[in-house]
Design a binder for this molecule. Structure first.
Ligand code: PBG
Ligand code: ZN
Length: 322
């Protein structure tokens, strides 16, 4: 008889033969920064997630620093009256994200500062690209994403992460960064980003819901797996340093296949809706939050993820550090 139970008989042995371990270094924590003063506003659909103004960012950055996680993913939110058709504030020298980056790099140099690159938080229509007659234009959007990336790199961003899903953006951004002297700024591409209902709570947090239509003409159809591999391959060819699969849990098949097929670091984004579902059930006392979160995050790592972007990062770090 095969006796599998020999290696399950106590915690020391189980720990010895454990195949997958989480580390605080796996994690990137998303942060929402709003323009204004003395702001710490709870995001209603995301328990324990807040929007912060720069003058109160230290409240969360101290925690990030002490948790020893790798870094943060920044989302800037301009005042609504500053949004326009072209998302000008996305590439303004004194834009909210640029100011937040400068603040973080000055006061928390040890925190890796990755910036999301997309126009939807900055455009009046809430789409990720330039809009003309109801159509989201691809090629016209590329120079704006390039400008945004260069301006964030100038502000001190350690890495840029385009999440817009326009075709050709990775090579456009790479070229612009190189030309501006940022040859060493890596690009983490949201390569296989699916049009997903799991982004719902994020759009409350980032005030970035499109005011007409949806994102299905640029984000991927969630039924497609082979297309995801083509997207990833193409981003690698365009010069992405890290590629991403997003969301996480319903897409672990994509993540695993990508990790087997491509020899490049792969990130996964455990998105807002995935977080909110766990938090909601935990608040009802229906599940054990620590055990569920651990199980979910281990599943992402077991599937092959090198980097996990998650709103659970600080909780998980606390559990790992205790
Ligand atoms: C912006 C962006 C989105 C997310 C990351 N960057 C939202 C979207 O595409 O609508 C989603 C993150 C999350 O749900 O946690 N393009
Ligand atoms: Zn967007």
């Amino acid at each position: 008889m095969k006796r599998f139970r020999r290696l399950r008989q106590n915690e020391i042995i189980r720990d010895l033969v454990r195949e997958t371990r989480l580390s605080v270094k796996d994690f990137i924590y998303p942060i929402f920064v709003v323009d204004g003063e003395n702001i710490k506003v709870p995001v209603t659909s995301m328990p324990n997630v807040y929007q912060y103004s720069i003058d109160r960012l230290s409240e969360i950055l101290d925690e990030v620093r002490d948790s020893k996680i790798s870094g943060v993913m920044l989302f800037g939110i301009p005042k609504s009256e500053d949004k326009d058709e072209y998302g000008t504030q996305a590439y303004a020298e004194d834009g909210i994200t640029q100011r937040a980056v400068r603040y973080i790099k000055k006061n928390y140099p040890e925190i890796l500062c990755i910036t999301d690159v997309c126009l939807c938080e900055y455009t009046s229509h809430g789409h990720c690209g330039v809009v003309k007659e109801g159509e989201i234009l691809n090629d016209e959007t590329l120079p704006l994403l390039s400008k945004m990336s260069v301006s964030l790199a100038k502000a001190g961003a350690d890495m840029v992460a385009p999440s817009d899903m326009m075709d050709g953006r990775v090579s456009a951004i790479r070229e612009a960064l190189d030309e501006a002297g940022f040859k060493n700024t890596p690009i983490m591409a949201y390569s296989a980003k699916f049009a997903s209902a799991y982004y719902g709570p994020f759009r409350d947090a980032a005030q970035s819901a499109p005011c007409f239509g949806d994102r299905r003409s640029y984000q991927m159809d969630f039924t497609n797996a082979k297309e995801a591999l083509r997207e990833i391959q193409s981003d690698i060819e365009e010069g992405a340093d890290i590629v991403m699969v997003k969301p996480a849990l319903a897409y672990l098949d994509i993540l695993k296949e990508a990790c087997q097929k491509f020899d490049i670091p792969i990130a996964v984004y455990n998105v807002s809706g995935e977080y909110s579902m766990v938090k909601a059930a935990a608040m009802q006392g229906w599940i054990d939050e620590k055990r569920i979160v651990t199980e979910n995050l281990v599943a992402m790592k077991r599937a092959g993820a090198n980097i996990i972007i998650t709103y659970h990062a600080l909780d998980m770090a606390k559990w790992l550090n205790e």
